[in-house]
Write a protein that binds this ligand. Structure first.
Ligand SMILES: [Zn+2]
Length: 202
């Protein structure tokens, strides 16, 4: 084995370790990591102590539209776009970095990650295949995930018009103005200007 192939093998193992730690599914790793299924399974068992879970990937776009999921998804996608714009790395690495940033943001605000890695990765795929779009809220100017067929001019986001069951929650209704007061990790900068430089990123 040449030095180069040992190094590239090490990189693939590192990539697999990162993905397993983030909770990626075996199917996804098989498609994105240059290691055999057997080695991926062995790595998974070593790291997690159990076999990788079986089951289908989530194929529905509806999940991203529910209230809290939509906030988290919109925030994540803003981060992903920011990372993509400011990095010339492969998509898989951009995805990993954005997902880590998402976890950090949620944690720093004492929240819980609603969007798991598989949902995040599937969302990027849904955007790439034009099933999901972003709409700009006419009230707060935040950019939110919507169904591609549901794109409209008079869009009002879930934060500006929350469902009644969220009525008692303490909401920051102007995510564009500040993201520090909200109990939800909206990280408004990412919702607002995915193409620009979010001030929250140091
Ligand atoms: Zn809004």
């Amino acid at each position: 084995m040449s030095t180069k192939s040992v190094l590239s093998d090490a990189r693939e193992v590192q990539l697999a370790v990162s993905l397993i730690e983030l909770g990626a599914r075996l199917q996804f790793m098989e498609a994105n990591v240059g290691l055999s299924r057997e080695r991926l399974i062995r790595l998974y068992k070593e790291l997690r102590g159990v076999s990788p879970p079986k089951g289908l990937l989530p194929y529905s776009t509806d999940w991203y539209m529910t209230w809290l999921a939509n906030i988290h998804s919109s925030m994540f996608y803003g981060m992903y776009q920011f990372m993509k714009k400011h990095s010339d790395e492969e998509q898989i690495h951009v995805l990993i970095k954005s997902y880590r940033l998402y976890l950090e943001q949620v944690e720093s605000q004492g929240g819980e990650a609603v969007l798991d890695f598989t949902r995040a990765q599937m969302m990027v795929r849904f955007f790439d295949s034009d099933l999901l779009h972003q709409c700009t809220c006419t009230r707060c100017a935040g950019r939110y995930v919507t169904h591609a067929y549901d794109t409209r001019q008079d869009y009002v986001c879930v934060l500006c018009r929350p469902p009644s069951r969220a009525g008692k929650a303490k909401l920051n209704k102007t995510p564009a103005a500040s993201d520090s007061q909200s109990m939800y990790p909206t990280s408004a900068t990412y919702l607002l200007d995915p193409a620009g430089d979010p001030h929250g990123l140091h």
